[in-house]
Write a protein that binds this ligand. Structure first.
Ligand code: 5GP
Ligand code: ZN
Length: 138
């Protein structure tokens, strides 16, 4: 996957600040530093997104993200953290090699990270929800 930025970071042909490596994953500082300590955790295997990611590797990648978040947050003096994973362009994915963002948080309004969830229950019927849950339990 020569045209993949993250495969090139893994290979060392694009420089990065790597902070963790094991047999299956690496982590490095995100170039945007949305907040100080913003980190990406990626599987070494070139996997485009969550839909192509094998569950055991997903578990390990998120486990490493959890472990690193617990280290990064106190180190940078943050008081919270967002763990973010975007899949497909519609969800904000820009680099198509699966990655988990660790974004340390300092202030809910002014630290540079924003995510909002609208409440759309006014336009979602109880029947729609019940049907969806039934289908998902199958
Ligand atoms: P996405 O929007 O796909 O979830 O996030 C991609 C992330 O990759 C962005 O936060 C962006 O800053 C980061 N990124 C893109 N190119 C590079 C690079 O060359 N080096 C590093 N360290 N991060 C990068
Ligand atoms: Zn790749």
């Amino acid at each position: 996957m020569n045209d993949c930025i993250f495969c090139q970071i893994l290979a060392g042909t694009i420089p990065s600040h790597k902070i963790y490596e094991d047999k299956d994953v690496i982590a490095f500082l995100d170039i945007s530093q949305t907040t100080i300590g913003h980190t990406l955790v990626i599987p070494k295997q070139h996997v485009r997104d969550l839909f192509d990611l094998e569950e055991k590797l997903a578990g390990h990648t998120f486990a490493v993200a959890t472990q690193l978040a617990k280290k990064i947050v106190p180190l940078v003096g943050a008081t919270g953290v967002n763990i973010v994973n975007n899949n497909h362009a519609v969800a904000g994915q820009a680099v198509f090699h699966f990655h988990v963002h660790i974004v340390p948080r300092f202030d809910a309004h002014t630290d540079g990270y924003h995510a909002t969830w609208a409440n759309n229950m006014a336009t979602t019927s109880a029947e729609t929800l019940a049907n969806l849950a039934t289908q998902l339990r199958r």
